[in-house]
Design a protein around this ligand. Structure first.
Ligand code: PEP
Ligand code: MN
Length: 662
């Protein structure tokens, strides 16, 4: 046969392949159009995307057809699985929510790194084009998301060979981000070098440290030196411009090709499969998937006591919730305390997850839901589909519901237990001496916590406004000297981090109960909060205000009834004693009473305090002053030694009748 005839036959065969390929693409498009119609039907009717039975039927039909034509079933099934996964994901996207806008996505590394490839896969199914930007470090990616340079960030969180990626976990825990999707990428490492290089020429291999670790044994066998660089694809680009023939890189085949390198070896990781799991992060939560298997990412901090973590995990187990990952990271603000990052199967609105989040509250001081998103793990062909989350109606009433009170621990003092809590101290911090004397008075009368306002919310701008941070220092010194944890009020969101660092409990005053910016800021701290009822707020509004703090993550909230405005002027406010049993029915948060601000005068404080104990309050916050005649604030209602003694002796029998003690 002549050469020219050979060439003719070859181009003939290639022409056929090209024509078949065009047909394949045309048919794929037709298939995707049909998938879209099925998707629209599912959205409108059943709400569930995944239909395992139907998928099984399709797979069987493909297998039969492959058999008939003598094609490998394994080969056709692999193609089918890709098609099914893409179809399923495109049905997840709510047609109304699809935006034609190009999305800006940030990642760590260079173009064609594994993160970049994972973004391309993820967004192909999300139905939007991407403008992708690689950054040198993970912190730069998070900065870009925070300053609005990108709409999303895709970051690797764990790898099947090397485990969690701690730098990323730390950033997720400390930055304000929401998890909106995940992607699992099968990592396939190649050794790539300049064209013409033979494997035996290579003396040095460069790559990202994680990639080098994943190929350690193979690299040892190759007897080469290794050098860590910031990124796999970046290493390929640099090698190309440098032109060294004794160097190779480990990167994806796509990165090698894009940089004009050739692949010397494929699949050189020490173990297979080598998969990396990525999370897609955004600043705002998105429309959360329904009708597909979901995962939810949570962060929580456990109380520093024996068994707290085990008890949390028991709650998840009792609710039948599967944790797919649990990682502990050092708390950035508290040495030797740990924050946990957990991925669990299920939707944040699933009944079981709502119940678990409520039931772990006694064991955690902080819990945040970072996002619910479609689970990609269950898309793998070798796994049975996970439980599909079924929509449950969102409770319209506050989520806090009737339960036994769950105590809140304030530096070792439990509010809401059988022991009744006494918080005593002056309205305002005035001088070092006043504070020391007040602390001594409080301690001598059985106080568990010391109160004192450093920032005062005064009705008149000409009244004493408090000493501010220097006052907080005086309060802290006095508390420290007398062994009493301190409670003080915060007025402005921007002061919260500093007050949280110095105080044991932060009070929200009646005037600020609906200062939502302040409540949200308090939700981010680990400091227990004393939330006072607004003077004209209903108990439901008080609970809604508490939810701002709880939803922000902080689970240590104590409610306080302090009197409301009524037509009655005989007292400063009207103490709504009924609010205590009413709240106790509606919430599991501890409830204490402030009789001082309700009474306004000294001689009414003790009777109101006893009434509060009788109706089931978990404690009292009362104002007391060592020399009330000199008080700069609320002097008429400040108790002295005389009334404090009456209070203690009066409380004894009342508490006993309720099975409580001081
Ligand atoms: C206080 O406790 O000092 C105070 C100002 O209370 P309220 O916010 O309840 O008026
Ligand atoms: Mn006061």
């Amino acid at each position: 046969m002549s050469d020219s005839r050979n060439i003719d036959e070859l181009s003939d065969a290639r022409g056929k392949i090209d024509a078949v390929d065009r047909d394949l693409v045309r048919l794929l498009k037709q298939r995707m159009d049909a998938v879209e119609s099925v998707g629209a039907y599912k959205q409108g009717h059943c709400g569930f995307v995944l239909d395992p039975k139907r998928e099984e039927e399709v797979a069987l039909a493909w297998a039969d057809a492959a058999d008939e034509r003598g094609l490998s079933k394994f080969f056709t099934n692999r193609i089918l699985q890709e098609i099914l996964e893409h179809s399923r994901r495109s049905q997840e996207v709510n047609a109304d929510a699809v935006s034609v806008e190009t999305k800006r996505v940030g990642y760590q590394g260079a173009a064609m790194s594994y993160s970049d490839l994972a973004i391309q896969k993820l967004f192909a199914a999300r139905g939007s084009d991407t403008q992708r930007t690689g950054y040198r470090t993970f912190a730069c990616v998070f900065d870009a998301l925070a300053d609005g340079s990108v709409d999303y960030a895709l970051v690797p969180v764990e790898n099947s060979l090397v485990g969690g990626i701690h730098d990323v976990s730390d950033l997720i825990l400390t930055r304000e981000v929401t998890v909106v999707d995940e992607e699992i990428w099968p990592v396939s490492h190649c050794v790539a070098a300049l064209p013409g290089v033979q494997p035996e020429d290579v003396r040095l291999v460069r790559s990202h440290p994680v990639a080098l670790r994943q190929c350690r044994r193979q690299l040892e066998l190759m007897r080469v030196d290794v050098v860590e660089v910031y990124d796999t694809a970046g290493a390929a680009v640099e090698l190309r411009s440098e032109g060294r023939k004794d160097v190779a890189v480990i990167c994806s085949e796509e990165a090698a090709t894009a940089s004009g390198l050739i692949v010397l070896r494929r699949d050189i990781a020490d173990q297979q499969p080598n998969e990396t799991r990525f999370l897609l992060l955004a600043v705002q939560a998105e429309h959360e998937a329904r009708g597909v298997a979901c995962k939810t990412t949570l962060s929580f901090a456990v109380d520093d006591r024996c068994g707290a973590l085990a008890q949390c995990l028991m709650v998840f187990a009792q609710e039948g919730i599967n944790l797919t990952r649990l990682e502990s990271r050092p708390h950035p603000d508290a040495p030797w305390e740990y924050l946990f990052l957990a991925d669990i199967e299920g939707h944040r609105e699933d009944e079981s997850l709502c119940a678990a989040l409520r039931d772990i509250r006694p064991f955690v001081n902080n819990v945040r839901v970072l996002g619910t998103y479609p689970s990609r793990k269950d898309m793998r062909q070798d796994q049975a589909p996970a439980q599909i989350s079924r929509p449950v109606p969102r409770p319209s009433a506050p989520v806090v519901r009737q339960e036994k009170t769950r105590p809140v621990s304030v530096s070792g003092v439990e509010i809401g237990s059988d022991r009744f809590t006494l918080i005593i101290g002056p309205c305002a911090v005035e001088t070092a001496k006043q504070m020391q004397d007040a602390a001594a008075l409080a301690k001598a009368n059985g106080a568990h916590l010391l109160r004192g306002g450093a920032f005062k919310p005064r009705s008149s701008p000409r009244s004493f406004q408090g000493l501010g941070f220097p006052g907080l220092t005086l309060l802290r010194d006095a508390g420290h000297h007398h062994g009493l944890p301190i409670v003080t009020e915060a007025l402005r969101p921007e002061d919260v981090p500093r007050i949280a660092a110095e105080a044991d409990m932060i009070q929200v005053g009646a005037r600020n109960m609906q200062n939502f910016a302040l409540l949200s800021e308090l939700g981010k701290t680990r400091c227990p909060i004393l939330l006072k009822r607004g003077m004209s707020a209903t108990v439901v509004e008080l609970l809604q205000a508490a939810e701002y703090i709880l939803d922000g993550g902080n689970q240590r909230v104590v409610l306080c009834e302090r009197g409301i405005r009524t037509f009655e002027t005989a007292t400063r406010s009207t103490l709504d004693v009924s609010a205590v049993p009413v709240l106790k029915k509606m919430t599991d948060l501890p409830v204490i009473v402030d009789p001082s601000h309700a009474a306004g005068v000294r001689d009414l404080v003790v009777p109101l305090a006893l009434a509060a104990a009788a109706v089931g309050a978990d404690g009292l916050i009362v104002e007391a002053h060592p020399y009330p005649e000199e008080a700069l604030c609320d002097k008429d209602q400040a108790l002295t030694q005389t009334e404090l003694a009456q209070l203690i002796s009066g409380l004894g029998p009342v508490l006993e009748s309720r099975g409580r003690y001081l």
